[in-house]
Design a protein around this ligand. Structure first.
Ligand SMILES: [Zn+2]
Length: 219
């Protein structure tokens, strides 16, 4: 108890989206972010090889800022918060039945520099809340350029083609898979992951992300 108080004194809990210090008893999101951040709606946008997908938020404004802090400014604790919130959404609005919960891995090189795999942390926290332990099914077999630096859809597809491999095909064969990612922009990365999982014999692949671009508007 004392330790908990000391921790909150030196590391006060902040809202994961606006970074305001949260009053005691509140966790994850402040009241105004909880109220005012638009949830990502059900989408009709199809992504090749992906049976269906969902996102928690739109990738803009405070959400974008929060994810950039997480990925590039060492806000490691955000991962478990995103994971927990994403799991809460999946419990409220189930996307699919699934046998395996897994995630889009980063390359070993990027993992080494950052010190953690940002999507794995999200998946582990989501798995705890969903009572389905997240399991590694994919590995990155070559380093790719950051998708965010490529604006063209063909370039993005080419960049990730053959970049992932299934760790153990027998483990995914015949299974329904829920694949987690942090951000969905064009969907090229999750599409490629789904393609290799299906090639390895997976029955179907659904995907859930923390944030996604507004695809309906882009079309
Ligand atoms: Zn807030």
């Amino acid at each position: 108890m004392i330790r908990q108080r000391l921790t909150s004194l030196f590391f006060p809990r902040q809202c994961v989206l606006c970074q305001k210090v949260l009053p005691e008893g509140q966790t994850d999101l402040c009241q105004s972010c909880r109220r005012d951040t638009d949830p990502y709606p059900k989408t009709k946008y199809k992504i090749s090889f992906v049976a269906g997908w969902t996102s928690m938020w739109y990738y803009n404004g405070k959400v974008r800022h929060s994810i950039l802090l997480y990925k590039f400014y060492n806000r490691r604790s955000y991962g478990s918060i995103y994971g927990r919130l994403l799991a809460e959404k999946l419990l409220r609005e189930p996307l699919c039945d699934y046998d395996i919960l897994t995630w889009v891995p980063v390359s070993r090189r990027r993992n080494y520099f950052r010190g953690y795999d940002q999507v794995e942390l999200i998946a582990l926290a989501a798995g705890q809340k969903l009572e389905t332990p997240a399991m590694a099914t994919l590995r990155k077999v070559r380093h790719t350029r950051p998708q965010s630096r490529l604006s063209d859809i063909s370039q993005r597809k080419a960049n990730v083609l053959g970049a992932f491999a299934v760790i153990d095909p027998a483990a995914v064969a015949g299974k329904r898979i829920l694949l987690l990612d942090d951000i969905i922009t064009t969907g090229s990365t999750i599409s490629e992951c789904a393609r290799v999982l299906l090639t390895a014999g997976a029955k179907e692949v659904h995907c859930a992300a923390v944030a996604a671009l507004n695809k309906e508007k882009r079309r």
